[in-house]
Write a protein that binds this ligand. Structure first.
Ligand SMILES: NC(=O)CC[C@H](N)C(=O)O
Length: 391
């Protein structure tokens, strides 16, 4: 071993099966209960931890070098107007190395502290990942005490009181409270975030915990995005007279979002506007169309997930982050499965026959991840343009 065991234990990870893992603490202090998942991406730890879809979760990074490109203010996926934050904790194999990257503004440890994220290093993340693969997503509590003194009873009680993510409605907790306009485009090397001048299209994005790069990818397609809260009534959304409606990603159980999400989306589907949903937005759309969602065994969290587009036969490598999935068999007639995961054949996309409405389970905006699926933003805007041309 590397000798870390000789150092004092300043962090704990306790799982619901009773497993107690000792390590070295990072970032914020205190303790946090959440669902423990693993992410296999080799890049983008800052984007992952600030993705609001990870609210209520602790991320185990299977990639060992976390923190070596430091932290900055640009690679943050949480929107400024969000009401909540993303992952509550992270589990690392190795200690954070000193940052070495021209974009680094800060050491990851300091950044974690600032964001209130608790970390534990020195964990056998392979074994933890294997455990989650075998036993499924598990609840856990992560604790960090720099002096090594833990109130283990309080920590274990907190874990015992955590009900898990199934039936948890978290989108309402993280959505924006106010309506605002978004005009920033994608990040371009050597230039930074691009400005979108006089966009010709207008999309209303329902924010269930949206990632910033989704809004940038939409804006990049010549779009002004109006971002509205998850509970904005359909009539208020339609009052903007948008060219299209976007349903964002977000945390928690899609089936727990009830009337404020599913009911609103049902009304929007009937409006005939072009619609596009990503991840939680895909799941909510499926529920609104009469389908069902299920909790997955281990979930999909990574940046190398192969997906087949059944409409073109093409395979794309995608970024994923979900613990629930649409049950393809539950989709009523007229709602077609358009994409499947080549890892486990689970549903990854749907389209409404005869209407410009579609959605995907994965993350075409990447951030982090490959850009294979950027075409979906174009597909959405092609729908928008053709509906406008016909009007
Ligand atoms: N990225 C997301 O939107 C996640 C959706 C949902 N919370 C899930 O875990 O399946």
């Amino acid at each position: 071993m590397t000798g870390w065991q000789e150092e004092k234990t300043t962090a704990l990870l306790i799982l619901e099966n009773g497993m107690r893992i000792e390590g070295r603490g990072l970032g914020a202090t205190g303790h946090a209960v959440a669902e423990v998942c693993f992410n296999t991406a080799m890049t983008g730890y800052q984007e992952i931890l600030t993705d609001l879809s990870y609210a209520g979760q602790i991320v185990t990074f299977t990639f060992p070098h976390i923190g070596n490109v430091g932290a900055n203010d640009e690679d943050i996926e949480t929107l400024e107007n969000a009401s909540g934050s993303g992952a509550v904790g992270c589990v690392l194999k190795a200690d954070i190395t000193n940052p070495s990257n021209y974009r680094s503004a800060k050491h990851l440890d300091a950044w974690l502290k600032e964001k209130g994220i608790i970390g534990i290093a020195g964990v056998d993340t392979r074994a933890l990942t294997a455990l989650i693969r075998e036993e499924g997503l598990t609840n856990g509590v992560i604790a960090h005490a720099p002096d090594g003194v833990f109130d283990e009873e309080a920590i274990r009680n907190a874990l015992a009181g955590f009900k898990g993510l199934e039936h948890a409605d978290l989108a309402a907790d993280v959505s924006t409270a106010k309506t605002y306009e978004w005009k920033q485009g994608r990040w371009v090397w050597n230039e930074g975030f691009s400005a979108i001048d006089n966009p010709k299209n207008h999309i209303v994005a329902i924010d269930y915990g949206a990632k910033a790069n989704i809004l940038r990818c939409l804006a990049h397609e010549d779009v002004t995005v109006t971002v509205v809260s998850a509970s904005t009534p359909a009539k208020d959304i339609l009052a903007f007279n948008p060219d299209g409606i976007f349903l964002s990603n977000g945390p928690g159980d899609p089936a727990a979002t009830g009337e404020y999400a599913v009911g609103i989306v049902k009304e929007l589907v009937d409006s005939g506007k072009p619609m596009f949903g990503i991840c939680l937005g895909h799941q909510i759309l499926a529920l609104a169309l009469g389908g069902k969602t299920v909790k997955m065994h281990q979930g999909h969290h990574g940046a190398n997930h192969p997906v087949k587009d059944l409409t073109t036969g093409k395979v794309e490598i995608t970024s994923m982050n979900h613990g629930f999935a649409v049950d393809a068999d539950s989709l009523p007639a007229g709602i077609n499965q358009t994409h499947i995961s080549l890892f486990d054949q689970s549903n990854c996309g749907l389209a409404v026959e005869g209407k410009p409405i579609f959605s995907v389970q994965y993350h075409p905006e990447a951030s982090p991840g490959p850009h294979d699926s950027h075409y979906l933003f174009k597909r959405f805007l092609d729908n928008v343009r053709s509906v406008k041309a016909d009007a």
